[in-house]
Design a protein around this ligand. Structure first.
Ligand SMILES: NC(=O)c1ccc[n+]([C@@H]2O[C@H](COP(=O)([O-])OP(=O)(O)OC[C@H]3O[C@@H](n4cnc5c(N)ncnc54)[C@H](O)[C@@H]3O)[C@@H](O)[C@H]2O)c1
Length: 445
């Protein structure tokens, strides 16, 4: 099928390459000239394991192409995916200006029956909003259908999530569009394509939920909000553990043995960040309040998370006393491992707070090498974790990159001025670090 994907960020690029790999003819378009130029020379603008190789393979075979001309992509495709960003406004409401811009252009460029698939995470009712904007901008009577097809990929595992999803949700009021979507995703649903056959992650079959567009939109927000709630819940229990002398690792293990609870998303730490959870929980809370349904749990989930990252700063004060003039090494900038995404990362909030308190901050991340725009310019980017730790009074692990699990902590202890470690992800071994002579503080242990 002829597919256009508008917006080649984390979601759009992965969606486009996945559809190309299963045999469709895909044009990925983006208004960002730099991204398109990089993609046209086979380079991927984001860090996502395995992505560049599949992009190059499909570009070389002609299954995927990249363009800045959005109108060209729309005119030359039957199915149009929208995967532009929907960042939060200060009220918590998502900014739909990119989406509206794209809908207008679809209206202006429509030249035959099209299926417009919304993959961006959007507020309830957006399918109807897109339909209205397209209609208002049409100067012909070509028909089109709208589909809500939310994306559930996880950054850092995006390629696998796209090829081997746990479910596909297709929300539409049009039977014709639903049937075409099922055909489009046929190889994914049946796990019947070369990449799957050669991969151990292959599933038997992928469940597909067909529903109306409003339920589909809510499934995405409610899923992310539920996952964020699990983390905030366990962080609150971890804070209680610290007060009463319990160990959160044993507590979560004991809880997780109950299969109704499970162990996933039950890891205590400094909380969630990234481009999805913060904005999606805020957006759902906004919608719930807008419709008079109440958002008490959601608001508490946000509140707990906002406080959680600053527990690290409190622990630093407990270890160091006055922070002014202390040297603090921070390991990890991305909001989680295996991605270069620093949107709403707890790391930057923590670094900015340390700088505000007068510390000298050195930060190292295995893949984030560009200075994030919202990080205080006082922080120094170190080229390796040892340079960051040299003569430091405190080492703070913020992102649980594998590299940090395997550092030479004996060497780090020797080069630090004072052997203090805060493990914001409870991913290091407390006993061995304590045996080495570190003052170790985790979260709830
Ligand atoms: N990142 C994730 O893990 C993830 C997972 C699931 C869902 N989502 C949702 O998917 C959507 C996209 O997220 P993302 O992380 O890929 O965003 P992103 O910022 O990485 O990418 C969005 C892209 O859209 C492009 N764009 C914006 N306006 C455009 C326009 N008018 N025409 C053409 N291109 C335009 C931007 O240049 C950018 O490259 C969001 O709604 C997000 O909530 C994201």
């Amino acid at each position: 099928m002829k597919v256009c994907v508008i917006g080649t960020g984390y979601v759009g690029l992965v969606t486009g390459v996945c559809l190309a790999e299963i045999g469709h003819n895909v044009i990925c378009v983006d208004k960002d000239e730099k991204k398109i130029s990089l993609l046209n020379i086979g380079k991927v603008p984001i860090y996502e394991q395995g992505l560049e190789e599949i992009v190059r393979k499909n570009r070389d075979s002609g299954n995927i192409s990249f363009s800045r001309d959005v109108g060209y992509g729309i005119k030359n495709s039957d199915i149009i995916f929208i995967s532009v960003g929907t960042p939060p406004l200060s009220t918590g409401k998502p900014d739909l200006s990119s989406l509206d811009e794209v809908a207008k252009l679809i209206g202006k460029s429509i030249n035959g029956y099209k299926i417009v698939v919304n993959k961006s995470t959007v507020p309830i009712g957006t399918a109807k909003r897109i339909k209205k904007i397209i209609k208002e901008n049409q100067d012909n009577d070509h028909s089109f259908d709208i589909v809500s097809n939310p994306e559930f990929l996880k950054e850092g595992e995006a390629v696998d999530d796209a090829f081997f999803p746990e479910r596909l949700v297709i929300g539409s009021e049009s039977k014709k569009a639903i049937d075409i979507m099922k055909e489009l995703y046929g190889p994914i649903i049946n796990q019947d394509f070369d990449y799957a056959r050669a991969n151990s992650h292959k599933k038997e079959k992928v469940p597909v939920l067909i529903t109306d567009s409003t339920s589909s939109e809510l499934i995405k927000y409610a899923s992310n909000s539920f996952l964020a709630s699990k983390i905030s819940f366990i962080n609150e229990i971890a804070n209680l553990c610290e007060r009463i002398g319990a160990n959160i690792l044993d507590v979560t293990y004991g809880m997780g043995l109950d299969t109704r609870i499970g162990t996933r998303f039950m890891k205590a730490g400094i909380g969630w960040g990234g481009s999805c959870f913060p904005k999606d929980v805020r957006a759902l809370s906004y919608t719930a309040e807008e419709y008079g349904a109440g958002a008490n749990i959601l608001n508490a989930v946000i509140h707990v998370n906002n406080q959680q990252r600053f527990k690290v700063v409190q622990k630093a004060m407990d270890l160091l006393g006055i922070i002014d003039d202390k040297v603090i090494a921070v390991l990890g900038l991305s909001f989680k491992p295996n991605t270069n995404d620093t949107r709403e990362t707890p790391s930057i909030a923590i670094i900015n707070k340390f700088l505000e308190l007068g510390a000298e901050v050195r930060v190292y991340d295995p893949v984030v090498k560009e200075y994030p725009s919202d990080m205080d310019k006082g922080a120094v980017m170190a080229s390796d974790p040892y340079k960051a730790s040299d003569k430091a009074d405190l080492l703070v692990l913020v992102t649980e990159w594998d590299e940090f699990l395997n550092l030479d902590y004996g060497k780090i202890k020797k080069i630090m001025r004072s052997p203090n470690i805060i493990d914001g992800r409870n991913c290091l071994c407390k006993k061995s670090l304590t045996d080495m002579g570190f003052n170790y503080k985790g979260i709830g242990i």
